[in-house]
Design a binder for this molecule. Structure first.
Ligand code: BGC
Length: 748
């Protein structure tokens, strides 16, 4: 079925009806005009289709549970993520779902964020590129996505109302770029606004966000839907750029009367309704494939491949991993039997199958002694469980211990209270270390946990995040060396929660949260101030080793550069390295900038001894900062370090490139300081000439006196008069007049 629908064929009531859902999980249909009301439902790491579409229940039909973004984001593998997207879309087609609600590209601002497991990274480029692949994968099959939650939804505390107070620069450099990247590259069919306010205005009625930035600046032409229940004023929302209220509040008459009374332009309603019609038409071909069946086994394989790449090897002392079939080991920890594989809330889905690590051992024909070690509830530690675990461990050379966050500790709806794993698990780890067998720790958690209190106990640590339904098999694949781990951290692991830059401003209070750390989120802060971390952003080991060298950098045009580097597998097994490129402004800069920022990356799979050249084209955004004075991106002329390595703290090679800059200087005026004048390519020679041309002893005296010169650097030109007298004032006004003439001449 191909379709196109025209808003001109609809009555005012029909148009208004389209701007609200048909029910909790459907678009509004208009059967009389042949307009379908497709199902739209969660997302984002698999399909959550409610058994009954009139409830928000957890009762959903089985679907493949792929690793949530917490895991998948550590893969740094856009191709793999695209394959996950394609598989998710196939399940949507079978289940007649036109739009799947995700991915969520909100930045992991603070480790306690209750929904971090659904989001990708502390870094906007990494979040944007990876989410983009998911969108491309899904949409390539004719199913839509909903990029959410636009914008600044970075906590669960007071999430329905809180006002995120964010500077324009932090918005542009940290909280918007992942959205911008996906909008510009993959054109998601829909966007979902956030519940919260941004700088005092609800996202659902935020004209600046929904129209000026999203539509006018980024050129978005799709549908913006509300968060579930976030539409508080339908007319204001429509006027701000929102298309669709979800779920419906059955208040279409508000729209109709607003149009009739001239409070809402009918052309605005027409534009928003047409976008909804276009959405209905776009989904039609895939939704007409009735009887289509996906292959669950195939999707299980995709989920397993994704889970393998989601794990991050944080430590591997003396190469304790991988294990061989004949190795003597015990398994401890309830998570080995009852895996934690996804987070709670609207993304919680019913898997088609489940494998625990113990199941995976069984499938491999491996028998291992197991002790649960602890329970997953809040109960105090049962000493009998501890003793049993210690005894079991004492009988074997290696103990694989599964620890992490029980399901109740992290979910949509609330933030975590602590970054620690439960105390009883930490105590058990200390006890196991004292037993003396080699300890391999496997973590299950949706957001980072403190490792500094116990990491010395471990010989090896695998950060397993949440791995979806194939996590048990995939963990065995990595533990037994069927593949080398290749994940890299998408978020830093600080030594203590208190080290986090947003610590004092999270989660705010009295209805407001201050993003006081500005652009210094995650490694942008840790690396700038040299704060010790347990594991840095981008970090992850492999069973093999790599060398990154041969860096070549060449400036391209005024604001870009071409970069080439070589990566070699120097070890003895196959593996994949993610080459990470950071740009480090050398300053001085008019604004405080992070010491370096991730600007490109590529994951490269290599056989032992194999080398590959990797090239990156850096455009102006790689060097730019958001200038609040210009309300625009700005590339300063100057030197920039190009750093290439395997994490934000493991830089293998660096070069400096001189960038000409965009030449966008701020217009000078009489309130520009002396220093600003002397830094301006047009203003400096004019002021210098005016000073040197003055026959005033006073002026010449000032110029000869270094102390005075230092003192006046921060003086607005016009205020020099008060200190320097009329001779100085004459010089300043002559400079100003000539400067204006020069600007005029340039303009005409
Ligand atoms: C969540 C969204 C979700 C929606 C529909 C909201 O509460 O925040 O992420 O897509 O519900 O389930």
């Amino acid at each position: 079925m191909t379709a196109s629908f025209d808003v001109k064929n609809l009555t005012l009531d029909e148009k208004a009806s389209l701007t609200s859902g048909g029910d909790l999980w459907h678009l509004q249909a208009i059967p009389a005009k042949g307009i379908p009301g497709w199902m739209i439902t969660d997302g984002p790491h698999g399909l959550r289709k409610a058994v009954r579409s009139d409830t928000a229940t957890d009762q959903s039909i089985p679907s493949t549970c792929f690793p949530p973004a917490a895991g998948l984001s550590s893969s740094w593998d856009p191709d793999l993520i695209e394959a996950v997207g394609r598989a998710m879309a196939e399940e949507c087609i079978q289940e007649q779902v036109g739009v799947i609600l995700g991915p969520g590209v909100n930045i992991k601002r603070n480790p306690l964020g209750g929904r971090s497991f659904e989001f990708w990274s502390e870094d906007p480029l990494l979040a944007g590129v990876q989410a983009n692949s998911l969108v491309e994968g899904i949409q390539s099959q004719g199913v839509g996505t909903s990029l959410k939650h636009f914008a600044a939804n970075n906590q669960e505390s007071d999430r329905l109302r809180v006002s995120a107070r964010v500077s324009e620069r932090a918005m542009r450099e940290i909280y918007l770029p992942a959205f911008e990247y996906v909008i510009k590259h993959a054109n998601p069919w829909t966007v979902m606004c956030s519940y919260n306010k941004v700088n005092g205005v609800y996202s659902a009625q935020n004209h600046r966000l929904l129209t000026e930035i999203l539509r006018d600046e980024w050129g978005y032409g799709g549908v913006v839907m509300s968060e579930w229940g976030a539409c508080h004023d339908r007319v204001a929302s429509l006027a701000a750029g929102l298309n669709l209220e979800m779920p419906p509040s059955h208040s279409d008459d508000q729209i109709v009367s607003a149009v009739r009374e001239g409070r809402l332009d009918e052309s605005t309603l027409d534009a928003r309704a047409q976008e909804l019609l276009d959405l209905a038409a776009k989904a039609a071909p895939a939704m007409s494939r009735e009887g289509y069946r996906y292959d669950p086994k195939d999707h299980q394989n995709v989920a397993r491949a994704a889970a393998r790449e989601s794990m991050v090897l944080l430590a591997n002392r003396n190469g304790v991993l991988s294990l061989s079939d004949g190795d003597d080991f015990a398994v401890v920890g309830e998570f080995a039997r009852t895996p934690r594989y996804q987070g709670g809330g609207s993304s919680h889905i019913t898997p088609t199958e489940m494998s625990s690590f113990l199941d995976a051992l069984g499938k491999r024909g491996i028998e291992a002694e197991f002790a649960p070690g602890f329970t997953l509830d809040d109960a105090d530690q049962d000493e009998a469980l501890t003793n049993e675990a210690l005894e079991v461990a004492s009988r074997h050379d290696v103990t694989i211990v599964f620890v992490g966050l029980p399901e109740s500790t992290e979910s949509e709806g609330y933030d975590r209270k602590t970054m620690d794993i439960p105390a009883k698990q930490i105590k058990l780890l200390h006890g196991l270390a004292a037993v003396g067998s080699h300890l391999v720790v496997i973590l299950s958690n949706g957001s980072s946990v403190v490792t500094s209190t116990w990491q010395k106990d471990a010989d090896a640590i695998i950060e397993g995040w949440l791995l979806g339904q194939a996590g048990g098999d995939a963990t065995a694949d990595v533990v037994f060396g069927d593949c080398s781990p290749s994940g890299k951290l998408a978020q830093s692991i600080p030594v203590r929660l208190e080290d986090d830059p947003s610590y004092v401003n999270f989660p705010g209070g009295e209805g407001t949260v201050d993003y006081g750390e500005g652009v210094f989120v995650g490694y942008r802060y840790y690396d700038t101030v040299g704060r010790e971390v347990s594991f840095p952003f981008g970090f992850g080991l492999s069973y093999t080793t790599f060398r990154i060298d041969g860096l070549r950098v060449e400036a391209q045009g005024p604001c870009g550069a071409d970069v080439e580097v070589t990566v070699t597998n120097t070890g003895s097994c196959s593996g994949a390295e993610t080459v990470q490129l950071y740009v480090a402004p050398k300053g001085p800069s008019p604004v405080a900038r992070p010491s370096h920022e991730l600007r490109a990356f590529e994951k490269v799979a290599l056989q032992p001894g194999e080398s590959r050249k990797v090239s990156f084209d850096l455009d102006s955004r790689a060097f730019a900062y958001w200038s609040e004075a210009r309300h625009d991106w700005h590339v300063e002329a100057g030197d920039y370090g190009i750093e290439v390595g395997s994490s934000s703290r493991d830089i293998s090679c660096r070069e400096v490139v001189s960038i000409e800059g965009d030449g966008n200087t701020l217009e000078l005026n009489d309130f520009s300081t002396y220093a600003e004048w002397m830094a301006d390519p047009v203003g400096a020679p004019i002021l210098t000439r005016a000073q040197e041309g003055s026959d005033s002893e006073r002026v010449q005296g000032m110029l000869r006196n270094p102390k005075v010169l230092s003192f006046i650097q921060d003086f607005p030109l016009t205020m020099l008069e008060a200190f320097g007298g009329s001779d100085v004032a004459a010089v300043c006004s002559a400079a100003l007049a000539e400067y204006h003439r020069a600007r005029e001449a340039r303009r005409s």
